[in-house]
Ligand binder design. Structure first.
Ligand code: MEV
Length: 443
């Protein structure tokens, strides 16, 4: 394979790309070693991309291409999603405008509406346990695990001191190693020893901090146990990093007594049935993931923690009950590893902006707002599902999209949507005819 050219980023570079099946007979081999422009070339050749496709990939957005190229591997461009805000959140007495990045219609509106309805009762009250993550070192081939565990427990102070001496990177933020436990687990491969470290990662998400300490501690633990260290990785079921949030919604906001009962019925099903619970939790994560993305956090870790916690408890991560005055009180509780400092936040200017808009000073504050978003999202979903359904809201946004596609300006969209709804036809043709009518009327 040969690539010759200037690697221009605005059109397909004038290159002589010979898609000779490379050394290994695979045009994709060594892709990560190539420049961004070279990768685009290969892709264009292999997948028939044209100049307009390449121009789209090269469109510089808020995340510059050069920065994107340092964040991940095999980068060919950047990928934009709607960046929204959900106002109306009061958490522990403080007002927040919550940044959310999500492509699904209605999620932002639902979160914001759920938060607005909670304002009459003072918004959300939230609590955070602290930022203790647990990392596991898996040791196999340990003989007499029971005796070895006792010895490790006896030497705990020295082992902890050694682990903490490897925590230099989180010390400036107030972090450090705060505990250790041993466990044995019977597996299909035999009995294994786990040595687990509990690490206060302060305001970082903490994965790098934890995994670095584990990798440094593993060789010494092999010597102490006579075993072989295998996995050295944190658990996303981080029970030392639990957040909870609660709020009360007045029954008048929820369709009266019948509305409250309908929401309780919907929630009860999620508690009792894992199939419903999966979707119930998906809705909660719609909101929480959107905030995680907007603030540059690892939403897969957030997802893993939430779903694992629900499975661990065999229950919904939200609970609801009727108050003595007939209003609805809701609570969410889950493990949540998110940070307000860390490399990935610095790398993406949009994430830094998301953090700035939210204004959370600590990972605990961020977690408490995110949990409140999850609860607001869940309440709004249960309310919609147990009354008019969710399609009406979805269709309204879809109609806006169709109106815009038909050429409606920002000022014309609402009127076009109204006319399409009245005509019971949300189609481009109906939008075009509504637009013609509106414009005709003005002339
Ligand atoms: C859709 O993305 C989310 C919901 O399905 C959540 C739920 O069912 O609770 C509406």
């Amino acid at each position: 394979m040969a690539i010759v050219g200037n690697g221009s980023r605005t059109s397909i570079p004038e290159v002589l790309y010979v898609a000779s099946n490379t050394e290994e007979g695979n045009v994709w081999s060594g892709l990560y070693k190539k420049t961004l422009a070279e990768r685009q070339q290969i892709l264009a050749q292999e997948k028939g991309l044209d100049a307009s496709d390449i121009a789209l990939l090269n469109k510089d957005g808020p995340l510059p291409l050069a920065a994107a190229d340092t964040i991940s591997e095999n980068v060919i461009g950047t990928f934009a999603l709607p960046f929204s805000i959900a106002p109306n959140f009061i958490v522990n007495g403080k007002e927040y405008v919550v940044p959310m990045v999500i492509e699904e219609p209605s999620v932002v509106a639902a979160a914001s509406h759920g938060a607005k309805m909670a304002r009459a009762s003072g918004g959300f009250k939230a609590q955070y346990s602290g930022s203790v993550m647990t990392g596991q070192i898996q040791l196999v081939k340990v003989k007499n695990i029971s005796d070895v565990s006792k010895k490790l427990e006896a030497d705990k102070a020295a082992i902890l001191a050694e682990a903490d001496s490897n925590a230099g990177h989180i010390k400036p933020y107030g972090g450090g190693v705060v505990g250790m436990q041993t466990r044995s687990v019977m597996t299909s491969q035999g009995l294994m020893l786990l040595v687990e470290f509990n690490i206060n990662v302060a305001d970082a998400m903490g994965a790098n901090a934890v995994n670095t300490i584990l990798e440094k501690m593993a060789p010494g633990l092999e010597q102490r146990t006579g075993g072989e260290a295998r996995l050295r990785i944190l658990t996303n079921l981080c029970l030392g990093r639990i957040v909870s949030a609660s709020a009360t919604w007045k029954k008048e906001e929820l369709g009266g007594e019948a509305g409250v009962e309908a929401i309780l019925d919907a929630w009860a099903l999620a508690m009792a049935d894992p199939f419903r619970r999966a979707t119930h939790h998906k809705g909660i994560m719609n909101g929480m993931d959107a905030v995680a993305i907007a603030t540059g956090n690892d939403w897969r870790a957030v997802e893993a923690g939430a779903h694992a916690y629900g499975a661990f408890k065999n229950a919904s991560i939200t609970t609801y009950k009727k108050t003595p005055s007939g209003d609805l009180e809701g609570k969410i509780i889950l493990p949540l590893a998110v940070g307000t400092v860390g490399g990935s936040l610095k790398a993406n200017p949009c994430a830094a902006l998301g953090q700035k808009i939210l204004g959370a000073k600590t990972s605990g504050e961020l977690a408490m707002v995110m949990a409140s978003v999850g609860l607001a999202q869940n309440l709004a979903a249960l309310r919609a599902l147990s009354s008019e359904g969710i399609q009406k809201g979805h269709m309204r946004l879809h109609a806006r999209h169709i109106a815009a596609k038909a050429g409606a300006s920002e000022k014309e969209i609402d009127e076009v949507v109204k006319r399409m709804e009245a005509a019971n036809a949300v189609t481009e043709a109906s939008a075009a005819s509504a637009l013609k009518e509106i414009r005709g009327r003005k002339e």
